[in-house]
Design a protein around this ligand. Structure first.
Ligand code: UD1
Length: 371
């Protein structure tokens, strides 16, 4: 694991492997791609994730430099451990780097969250997904459309197992904790809401970090203007990813009129508490499209495409290109009522049920048949 979304995905796999009767020895390796307290350490506390056995400490860099640093640093670890399986999750540079290294050493690789495709090769994550899936031996998919994507690319069915969504495992486990945390979370963010404080179901939550949205000043400025427009109707809370913060600072205009409440990135529990109680989420994240679908929170995804179409077909997600954001917000504002948070309706998508980690463990130990 290396970057923020990996922590939520690996935690249920570690737990499920640890719960097996078999004597499974696990070595947890953190590449250090994300390293700030709020991008990394806080997740260990919130998720109850054990301290990594190895931290490669690679940090930031260009794509080539970061990927190469992970490859060079993980090779001796893999050499020493010679595991039966190298398990990688998601689509970040660390995922690609560990997979290439292990495959070159002849070690077996299992990819959790395999088969997702945006069909947009300009995205770094898409390139990482394609290479990882074609090198990995066992492809563990979150949804049936992912199986179909892999089959279309000529990957043999016996390498593919449909196991479900591990990110939802973590959400199912920690949602009750996050819900109980609402008084504390809202109190900490009191100044960001209306004069009486932050109210459940009355604010929008925003995250943005995709290069396509934040790396170009014009694109980012236009999105910030749209968010300021939204802030005329409801409080807008925006925990800002370091990549985005750097771009905003370079532009010199953090927020057109200060109406969008920009804060540091939050830990998992505070963020989940805010997400579960939001009236609307605006994002370009992959994970949030899934989590809002499970939570039943309306989500506007500001991208040209998504690798998670199931969240549109069966969930609460609406995909809009950046140029359509203003219109999508106008539409949403005309329809949205303040949300009353009900008990979660429960998973409506197959195998988004809190038990995907168990299926991953079963697949790794050979107990699971074909999908
Ligand atoms: C990475 C993943 C992306 C994932 C995202 C989640 C890749 C190609 N991208 O993007 O798929 O959705 O993580 O957050 O792997 N930085 C810090 N502190 C940190 C981490 C990063 O300041 O703890 C800075 C880096 O110095 C860099 C920028 O943020 O300037 C981007 O970090 P990087 O790891 O390159 O990719 P992300 O944009 O985070």
């Amino acid at each position: 694991m290396g970057a923020r979304p990996n922590f939520m995905k690996i935690a249920p796999v570690i737990d499920a492997l640890g719960a097996l009767d078999d004597d499974v020895v696990q070595t947890l390796v953190h590449t250090g791609q994300h390293y700030d307290e709020e991008m990394s350490q806080v997740f260990f506390r919130d998720l109850g994730l054990r301290t990594p056995d190895v931290n490669l400490g690679v940090g930031s860099g260009s794509h080539a430099a970061q990927t190469a640093a992970v490859m060079a640093a993980c090779e001796p670890v893999l050499q020493r451990e010679r595991p039966d399986w190298v398990v990688v999750v998601g689509d970040v540079n660390s995922t690609l780097a560990a997979t290439v290294t292990a495959a070159k050493m002849g070690l077996k690789v299992a990819h959790v969250e395999a088969g997702l495709r945006s069909f947009d090769r300009t995205m770094p994550e898409e390139r990482n997904r394609v290479v990882t899936d074609h090198l990995a031996d066992l492809l563990l998919t979150p949804s049936r459309d992912a199986d179909a994507n892999l089959a279309r690319e000529g990957i043999a069915a016996e390498r593919i197992r449909f196991v479900g969504n591990v990110m939802i495992d973590t959400l199912v486990r920690l949602l009750p904790v996050a819900e109980r945390r609402w008084p504390e979370t809202s109190e900490r963010l009191r100044g960001l809401g209306r004069p009486g404080g932050l109210e459940r179901g009355e604010y929008a939550l925003v995250t943005l970090h995709r290069p396509s949205n934040v790396d170009g000043p014009e694109a980012l400025k236009a999105i910030m203007a749209d968010l300021a427009f939204l802030a005329e109707s409801m409080p807008v809370i925006f925990p800002v990813h370091p990549r985005t913060r750097a771009r905003l600072e370079a532009m010199g205009t953090a927020d057109v009129n200060g109406s969008v409440k920009m804060i540091e990135p939050l830990g998992y529990l505070d963020f989940l508490s805010l997400q579960a109680n939001a009236r609307l989420v605006v994002t370009d994240s992959g994970g949030l499209q899934e989590e809002t679908t499970f939570l039943g929170v309306p989500c506007i995804t500001v991208r040209e495409n998504t690798e998670r179409p199931i969240t549109i077909e069966q969930g609460t997600n609406t995909l809009v290109p950046p140029s359509g954001l203003r219109e999508a917000l106008v539409q949403a504002l005309s329809k949205l009522k303040p949300r009353r948070r009900e008990a979660t309706a429960g998973p409506s998508i197959e195998y988004w049920d809190g038990r995907a980690g168990e299926r991953v463990a079963a697949a790794l130990t050979g107990a699971l048949g074909g999908s």
